[in-house]
Design a protein around this ligand. Structure first.
Ligand SMILES: Nc1ncnc2c1ncn2[C@@H]1O[C@H](COP(=O)(O)OP(=O)(O)OP(=O)(O)O)[C@@H](O)[C@H]1O
Length: 219
């Protein structure tokens, strides 16, 4: 379970997140909906430990993510899909995905097979350099990379943004298939178009403040 309790976070003394609390049950997918600049990326980066919080606590499976040491954090199985994908352009698709293994020191090749089974199209372009793929294909690869690392928690920052409709549909299918008893997923979107099909509950974020929108999966 992921729990954020009363988080305050400022960047260069400007308050960005204000008294943010949320919880996501293990095995469920949660949406985070907010306009550009609302604070979605900042929230994800805070969970990743990339930005320090001023107040409040972030816990995942009862581990405090802000005091956890690097190796403890790596052992938690957290995967992150950044909004801008951040693939290494001259690495092949498979090398980009394998970066997760190098970073987490996890060598569970079954995880890679699981990802290829869920997204067979990735296997078909596994040997291509990332820079030769379309933006939407790169999003799929970045999702695959996050899935390899994220055996317990997946943070997906605007996976549908800037993606053609057919690929957005495909991303929705893959994210919808992620439901299992172990995996906790947080997915952000600027509106509620795609994520409503895949989330169990959804929070709205506006100017760094959060509120629960609903907790029933859309039909
Ligand atoms: N490094 C930074 N320096 C100054 N301000 C920042 C920085 N990073 C984020 N902000 C500010 O924090 C606020 C939240 O930004 P954030 O990127 O979290 O929003 P977002 O909801 O993810 O929107 P977007 O979809 O546009 O990325 C914005 O007002 C932004 O200008």
């Amino acid at each position: 379970m992921l729990t954020l309790s009363n988080i305050d976070l400022s960047i260069q003394r400007v308050p960005i997140l204000r008294d943010v609390s949320l919880d996501i049950e293990t095995g469920t997918t949660c949406g985070l909906i907010g306009r550009n600049g609302a604070g979605k990326t900042t929230l994800m980066r805070a969970i990743m430990g990339a930005l320090p919080v001023e107040k409040g606590a972030i816990q995942f499976n009862h581990v405090d993510l802000h005091t956890a040491k690097g190796h403890e954090r790596a052992a938690l199985g957290i995967g992150y899909l950044p909004e801008d994908r951040r693939l290494v352009p001259h690495f092949t698709v498979e090398e980009n995905i394998m970066v997760s293994f190098w970073a987490t020191k996890n060598t569970d090749m079954a995880r890679l097979k699981w990802v290829y089974d869920l997204m067979p199209e990735i296997g078909r372009f596994a040997d291509r350099k990332a820079m030769t793929l379309s933006g939407g294909q790169q999003k799929l690869v970045a999702l695959a990379r996050a899935m390899v690392a994220g055996s317990n928690l997946l943070l997906l920052d605007e996976p549908f943004e800037g993606v053609a409709p057919a690929l957005a549909q495909r991303l929705m299918e893959v994210i919808g298939d992620l439901h299992n008893e172990k995996l906790t997923v947080l997915v952000s979107e600027s509106d509620y178009t795609h994520s409503q099909k895949v989330v169990d509950k959804v929070y709205a974020i506006e100017r760094g403040q959060i509120s629960l929108m609903n907790n029933t999966k859309a039909a």
